[in-house]
Structure formats: C-alpha cells, structure tokens
Design a protein around this ligand. Structure first.
Ligand code: HEC
Ligand code: HEC
Length: 486
C-alpha cells in the first residue's frame, strides 16, 4: 500500500473531527452535499414526471428513460410529501394501497406456496417470496391506455370484498387491502445519523431498559429488514437506510428506472408500446442528490409560547405526557436527535391497528424452509415489501422467506407491530397513524392499544384540564418554517 502524505493524514484527522462534531455530517456522504447538489435534489423531488418537458434542472435527466410508470401512484415525490411545505406529510387522498395475501389460516408451507402461486396469477407482483404488494393507483397499458388497468383494479377490489377467489381444486385464499399514509420527511438527516456507530447503541439501550423495567407492559424490539439488517424507516421500520428508501420510492411510487431497484412491470403482463425502456430515468448521481435533499430537510421545531400563562399550560402538558407513560415509547431525546419523541422500536399496538402487510419477524440463523432456500431479486428491503418482478439485478441475493415461516420465528404478532413514529412536528402532520385513520391527535391517542393500553387508559382518566394541556403541548411540536410551501 502506498504511504499517505502527512498532509493528507492531517486533513483526514481534522475532517473526521469536524464530522463527528456535527451530527448532520456524521459519516454520511450525502449529508456533506453542496448547495448545488441539494438544489438538484429539490428539483428532482418536485419534478412532475408526467410532464418531462417541464424539467428545468441544470443537468439532463436519464437519457433514454421513459419517465413515469408503467405503474405509479403519483406524478412526483412532492405530490404526496407536501403538507406544511415540500417534504411534509400527505393527506389520505394520497395514501398508498397495499394488497396482501392473508396466510394466517394456512400454516402448511406447501399450502402457502400454492396460495402464493395462485396470487401470482391474480397479480404478477406476488411470488413465493412476496405475500404483500403495492396495488398501484395507475398503470399505463399498451398504447398508453390507462382504462384497462383501472378496469382490472376495480374488478380486483370488488372480488376482494366478496372473497370469491376459491375455484375448483384451488384452496380458498383471501386477500386484504391496507393503506399507508405519507409521513413527513423533516429532520431525516438526524435520523440517518442515529444509525452511525456512534449512536446506534442508544436504541439497543432503550430496548433493553424497556425489557428490564417492563413499565406498563411496554417492551419494544429493534425492527429488522427482509435482508436481516436493522430497520429504521417506514411505518414497520422495514428499511435500513435512507438512500435505499429514496431509491425504492422512485421505483415504486413513480415507476422510475433507477440503479439497484427495478421499476415494477405493467400489472397485466402485456408490455406497453411506448413505456418499455429499461434505460435509467435517474443516474446514481441524481438519486444521491435526491437523497441529499431529503437528508437536509430541516428538523421540526418546538414553538414555546411567549404568553406566560400559555407557556405554563404547555409545560404542564409535557409533564402529563411523561407522567402517563407516553414517553416510554415516544422517548424525548434519542441520541443526538433532541425532542424527536421516538424510540424507533416496534411495539405491539393491538388487533385494531393490525394489517397483513406485516413487520419482518426476528430471525436467528439461516432462513431456510424445509429444503428450499428462497432468494430474492433486485435490491434489499423496499418501500413496502416489493421485491422486483423476477428479474435479477446486480445486488446481493438474499433470502426473504420470513412470511412463509412465522411459526418458526418470533414474534408472530407482526401484523400488530408498528415503529413508534417521531412526534416532532406532529401538530402539522394530520391525519395520523399508519393509515391516516385518526383525524386528530385525540383520536390517534384513543386508538392506542396493546403495549400502549395502560398509557391510553391513563389518558382517558385525565381531567379535562390535564387532557387539554397535554394536547396543547403536542400542538407546540410544529413542522419547520420553510419557504418552499406550494
Ligand atoms: C403516493 C404517495 C407517495 C409518493 C409519490 C412518495 N412517497 Fe414517500 N412515502 C409515502 C408513504 C405512504 C410512506 C410510508 C411507507 C411505509 O412506511 O411503508 C413514505 C415514506 C417515505 C420515506 C420514509 C419516511 C420515514 O419516516 O420512514 C422516505 C424517505 C420517502 N417516502 C421519500 C420519498 C421520495 C424521495 C419520493 C419521490 C421519489 C417519495 N417518497 C414519493 C408516500 C409517497
Ligand atoms: C407502547 C408504545 C407507545 C406508547 C406508550 C404511546 N405510543 Fe403513541 N404511538 C406508538 C406507535 C407504535 C404509534 C403508531 C401506531 C400506528 O401508526 O398504527 C403511535 C402513534 C402516535 C401518534 C400519531 C403519530 C403520527 O404521526 O401518526 C400520536 C399523536 C401519539 N402516538 C401520541 C401518544 C401519546 C400522547 C401517548 C401517551 C398517552 C402515546 N402516544 C403513548 C407507540 C406508543
């Protein structure tokens, strides 16, 4: 190995000292991005892919790419992440729809495989390692025809409602539709910094403290990804790193061809005439810029009222929040992320909040079912549990057979587990909960069950005054003031 020039060594030392001093640049290359890279990322985030000619960016978008689709949910990132400014939460109209095969009554692996094969005939994104898929809002058929997909989608949804999938010698299989509400992306760089080696022990520490103390029955676990990594992002904590999430959002939400994640194929099998290009829509550099933009979105703020009376009420509300156990899960400060109010652990929230697009169970050892080891294609974990459409990519092949073997893994109530969402900025991110079913903060708290039952019960027993001070406190947790409101 060549020896480094002493000046280089000094530079590296100084640089790494700086890097650890600022949480936003703790070891993540995109977080050191230049203003022009972040600006490029913002343009890509806001770009309407239905109108490629509207691109005003400094560099060309992917050459030969076919833009939006064939499968997509919206025309831009900003079409969903928009409340309180570009990068915010989204309303229920933009919820992502998930379709899952319900395998709870099908314990036998062979029967599960058969059910998955049948599901694959109904929608090609299902396969033996994929029991839960995104049911896209839109799809371009041959000749850019959108009608054909809408008719298929409408028919599929009505069949699901009537549960009429049994036929002849095939076993009865049932599907479940679920939704995911768009979360805000404020302060993502700080969350990304939480899983640098410097801070990642913090989450383990919180988890083991919960286990040891078992206060009010609260005991979370560290989320895992299909590939066996620690998860941080998504309502189920199913994705481990921000660039991976951003890349899969490009593919899954917009149908863009990007490095490492394939865009989903047209659901009805026939390739559409115009939109069949497999050329990249975004280069790796452009995806990095997009990630840098997301990682550099400002963190939410805490507005402390100037009026002493109001301030007293807010302070009282915060002590109620701690007093009734909300902070067991919504941990105020996590590593360097001050006032984030999350432990980033999965908690069993009870059957009312359950759905079949499950959290990844914990695995020990190799993931082998009988004599078959399933491998997945294309990328690691993804926006939901999408895993490509049968075409191999350059990424590591990894086993994702978890949902076929829930009996052999723990826990089995993965349908009820949710990652504690950070409450910073919560006053500006209604509607609430993973599917946006709660219109108000009060409704969201009322729906807490499972591990949060005791805390929710204490909430119900508060005096009107205490309850309204708690809500006043939550109301001070606001989205950052940005100048990019639509
Ligand atoms: C159709 C609406 C929609 C569009 C378009 C969309 N998102 Fe999202 N986004 C969501 C939803 C819903 C989730 C939560 C998904 C989950 O947890 O399974 C999410 C989650 C995320 C997360 C993880 C947030 C967290 O707290 O864990 C990131 C990062 C993200 N989106 C970035 C993007 C980027 C970048 C784009 C554009 C390429 C984009 N999204 C486009 C709806 C959308
Ligand atoms: C056992 C852990 C736990 C406890 C205790 C807990 N929460 Fe939660 N909280 C969660 C989880 C997990 C979710 C997400 C559930 C979902 O999306 O279905 C959540 C969601 C929320 C939301 C909605 C956030 C959003 O962005 O949608 C609010 C508001 C909230 N909690 C406030 C509270 C308050 C106030 C208390 C105390 C009364 C409390 N929580 C106690 C785990 C907990």
């Amino acid at each position: 190995m060549r020896r480094l020039h002493p000046a280089v060594v000094i530079f590296v030392l100084v640089f790494s000292t700086l890097a650890t001093a600022d949480p936003l640049i703790a070891g993540k290359p995109f977080a050191r991005a230049s203003a022009s890279t972040i600006d490029l990322g913002r343009r890509i985030f806001e770009h309407n892919w239905a109108r490629p000619e509207s691109w005003t960016g400094p560099e060309k978008l992917g050459k030969g790419g076919d833009g939006l689709g064939p499968m997509f949910n919206e025309v831009s990132c900003a079409a969903c992440h928009k409340l309180g400014g570009v990068g915010g939460a989204g309303p229920n109209e933009q919820n992502v729809e998930l379709l899952s095969l319900d395998l709870t009554g099908t314990p036998l692996i062979s029967a599960r495989q058969r059910a998955l094969d049948i599901a694959n005939q109904i929608h090609p994104a299902f396969n033996r390692s994929n029991a839960s898929i995104v049911l896209h809002q839109f799809g371009f058929g041959p000749d850019d025809d959108e009608q054909e997909y809408q008719a298929y989608r409408f028919d599929l949804k009505s069949r699901i409602r009537q549960e009429n999938f049994a036929s002849g010698d095939t076993p009865q299989i049932s599907f479940e539709l679920a939704q995911r509400n768009t979360p805000p992306l404020w302060g993502m760089g700080l969350i990304e910094a939480l899983h640098t080696p410097q801070f990642r022990n913090e989450r383990e520490r919180i988890a083991s403290e919960q286990k040891k103390n078992n206060r009010r029955g609260v005991s979370g676990r560290v989320p895992e990804t299909n590939g066996g990594d620690e998860g941080w992002y998504g309502w189920r904590g199913q994705v481990s790193d921000l660039k991976d999430f951003v890349t899969s959002a490009c593919a899954m939400e917009l149908g863009l061809e990007v490095p490492t994640h394939l865009q989903p194929a047209y659901a009805l099998g026939k390739s559409s005439r115009r939109r069949h290009s497999t050329a990249l829509d975004l280069s790796n550099h452009q995806v990095m810029a997009l990630t840098a933009f997301v990682a550099n979105l400002p963190r939410p703020i805490h507005i402390i009222p100037e009026n002493p009376n109001e301030r007293r009420i807010v302070e009282e509300g915060e002590s109620v929040f701690h007093g009734i156990g909300c902070a067991e899960c919504h941990v105020k400060t996590h590593g360097i992320a001050e006032e984030i109010y999350s432990d980033f652990l999965l908690h069993d929230m009870g059957p009312r909040l359950a759905d079949e697009s499950r959290a990844v169970p914990h695995h020990d050892g190799p993931r082998v079912i009988s004599d078959v080891t399933l491998t997945r294609v294309s990328g690691r974990s993804s926006h939901s549990s999408y895993s490509g459409s049968g075409e191999a990519s350059t990424q590591t092949f990894r086993d994702v057979s978890h949902f076929l073997v829930p009996a052999l893994t723990a826990p089995t109530n993965t349908d009820q587990e949710w990652r504690t969402p950070p409450l910073w900025g919560v006053a500006d991110s209604a509607p609430y909960l993973h599917d946006g079913r709660a219109a108000t903060l009060h409704d969201a708290i009322e729906l807490h069950e499972g591990e949060a039952s005791a805390s929710a019960e204490e909430y119900r027993r508060l005096s009107d005054e205490q309850r309204s001070s708690l809500l006043s406190f939550l109301d001070t947790l606001r989205a950052p003031v940005t100048n990019n409101v639509e």
